[in-house]
Design a protein around this ligand. Sequence first.
Ligand SMILES: *[C@@H]1O[C@H](CO)[C@@H](O)[C@H](O)[C@H]1NC(C)=O
Ligand SMILES: *[C@@H]1O[C@H](CO)[C@@H](O)[C@H](O)[C@H]1NC(C)=O
Ligand SMILES: *[C@@H]1O[C@H](CO)[C@@H](O)[C@H](O)[C@H]1NC(C)=O
Ligand SMILES: *[C@@H]1O[C@H](CO)[C@@H](O)[C@H](O)[C@H]1NC(C)=O
Ligand SMILES: *[C@@H]1O[C@H](CO)[C@@H](O)[C@H](O)[C@H]1NC(C)=O
Ligand SMILES: *[C@@H]1O[C@H](CO)[C@@H](O)[C@H](O)[C@H]1NC(C)=O
Length: 284
Amino acid sequence: MEFTTNPSNVVTTLLLAVLVLAAAAHTDGALCNKSDKAALLAVKSALGNPPALSGWNSTVACCSWDGISCNATTGRVTELTVFALNISAPIPAAIANLTKLQIINFAYNQLYGSIPAFLGPHALPDLTFLRLDGNRLTGTIPPTVTVFDLSLVGNLLTGPLPATFGHANFGDVDLTDNQLTGDASMLFGAKKQLNALRLSRNRFKFDLGRVELPEVIDILEIDHNMVYGSIPAAAAARKWLRFNVSFNQLCGPIPQGRYTHRFGAKHFAGNKCLCGRPLPPCGS
Ligand SMILES: *[C@@H]1O[C@H](CO)[C@@H](O)[C@H](O)[C@H]1NC(C)=O
Ligand SMILES: *[C@@H]1O[C@H](CO)[C@@H](O)[C@H](O)[C@H]1NC(C)=O
Ligand SMILES: *[C@@H]1O[C@H](CO)[C@@H](O)[C@H](O)[C@H]1NC(C)=O
Ligand SMILES: *[C@@H]1O[C@H](CO)[C@@H](O)[C@H](O)[C@H]1NC(C)=O
Ligand SMILES: *[C@@H]1O[C@H](CO)[C@@H](O)[C@H](O)[C@H]1NC(C)=O
Ligand SMILES: *[C@@H]1O[C@H](CO)[C@@H](O)[C@H](O)[C@H]1NC(C)=O
């Protein structure tokens, strides 16, 4: 009785009802977008419906599937991670329909074939993180794959880097352990945001003496290539966390700075005529 006649209780009840409705709407919003769910099932099918992805089924909302994250408001898929499941297939074309993806991680599977052109900001405008390490991908890197945080380590990629890499906005690029050739100097530039560049064990060939080191760079690993010229003098002023130029064709004095002094001779070994600490003095 009192409940229906007391106006403050009525207000409380109405507020509660609004909150319950809002919570329900929020839960609905967290449900996977239907076309994204269809695209994920197409991805699963293209991967051969592997047992490791049996949890991608309709008993659970697709935003809760292993490796999947969504924007809680829109229900659009933002992350697709299929990590270390030994899946052997080409990269599924259906990924191109997941147009709100920010993160793609297919590292340590047995993906084969070439890297499709849609894996980049042209087709997937929010994509900032792409990891395809430890697969068996072949062919050249498509010009569209200009993703801010890019890792293609340990594949069978060949050919030169695309020219588009010269005006892309990269933060972290790791191309270690492929068969890439030619110039990589377009990745450098004083004003670039690039803070980590790893090119080890490829066949890159360019003049390191002519590059401008990005101001923010603190990781440079380019060992086992055919890089020539000298180490830029600006290297003395960077706060290196990692630095490895061993086994190239470099020559000339090693720039001396507080942070280059962290690295022992093996980080400079196997070049043509580098000299100065930690190697023997120049002119000796
Ligand atoms: C789901 O995503 C598609 C784009 O793939 C969009 O057109 C559609 O409006 C979205 N559906 C809902 C309910 O948000
Ligand atoms: C569907 O996924 C759930 C886990 O999310 C799993 O327990 C169940 O066995 C799956 N169903 C089928 C038919 O694979
Ligand atoms: C979710 O999507 C909305 C609408 O596009 C956007 O405003 C919001 O920033 C997104 N949330 C996150 C965490 O990205
Ligand atoms: C990975 O898959 C291949 C076949 O594609 C199979 O021969 C191998 O045993 C698998 N390895 C593991 C660790 O499951
Ligand atoms: C993308 O989605 C549309 C509509 O569902 C479909 O017709 C098309 O085949 C999909 N594309 C890929 C590459 O799967
Ligand atoms: C630098 O390269 C040399 C030669 O490959 C290697 O022995 C050394 O471990 C590398 N250093 C680092 C920190 O990776």
